[in-house]
Design a protein around this ligand. Structure first.
Ligand code: SF4
Length: 245
């Protein structure tokens, strides 16, 4: 079922502005990646179909996931995220560079509010709304214990789903902050909020590697996973990151 949904996402054309941007970026390419055959399509979620922890990001990066075809793979945000996931036992390796780098995730699934790379990394509200049905279906299929929202847009998007389903009355009671958690209703996943590992946050020190690590330690605890666990075995040796990312 998850595979069918992911294939639907890859074939989606609901947002003409985003589709055009992804294709343009895939055609023009960044000089450092001119040898790459860019993915250029919507980027589906990635991870363990039995995941207890569900990570919600914002959108693929034009020369990151829009190039590699795997969420948070091939850009600096991904470097930060997968390093934290590896250190907390969710990811088999700390480096995520391509779809065939051997990365395996256990107990965690990663997706995004919009599945297509937006200009200036900013999807429009209507584009996030267009993509929301996919997110709802991912949540329904996985039924996670914990949802980690990376950034306020992802946080609000998740709360909007809860509101539309009558789980919460409004977003007002939920204040976004780093490594905060919220129990919205009985039987619902615990919502954990985190600053997004964007370059803007990591280069200014607003988000440190330890702060991100702490989020995934919180997620392990709230989802009932043991606090330490050996990382899942990788298929192959970690590939090295492209030099100029
Ligand atoms: S952002 Fe989502 S809804 Fe819009 S075209 Fe991409 S996959 Fe489709």
């Amino acid at each position: 079922m998850l595979e069918i949904l992911q294939q639907e996402i890859v074939e989606c054309k609901r947002c003409p502005r985003l589709r055009e941007h992804c294709i343009n970026m895939a055609t023009i390419k960044r000089r450092a990646y001119r040898e790459w055959d860019y993915w250029g399509k919507p980027v589906p979620g990635f991870g363990d179909p039995k995941a207890r922890v569900f990570v919600l990001g914002l959108a693929p990066a034009a020369h990151g996931a829009n190039r590699t075809g795997r969420i948070f793979t091939g850009d600096r945000s991904g470097d930060w995220l997968y390093r934290a996931l590896h250190q907390t036992g969710f990811a088999s390796q700390a480096h995520s560079v391509s779809r065939d780098d051997g990365m395996k995730l256990r107990d965690i699934y990663i997706t995004s509010a919009a599945h297509c790379a937006p200009p200036d990394n900013k999807p429009l509200p209507e584009e996030i709304r267009n993509c929301r049905p996919y997110l709802e279906r991912e949540l329904d299929l996985l039924q996670p214990k914990v949802v980690v929202a990376l950034g306020k847009i992802a946080f609000d998007n998740y709360l909007d789903i809860l509101k539309s389903r009558g789980v919460i009355a409004s977003r007002a009671a939920y204040r976004f902050g780093h490594n905060e958690h919220f129990r919205t209703a009985k039987g619902q996943p615990v919502l954990v909020s985190s600053y997004h590992p964007s370059q803007q946050n990591t280069s200014t020190g607003k988000l440190t590697q330890k702060m991100l690590l702490d989020v995934f330690k919180t997620a392990r605890k709230l989802s009932g996973l043991p606090s330490t666990r050996k990382s899942p075995a990788a298929h192959s040796k970690p590939a090295s990151s492209p030099p100029d990312r």
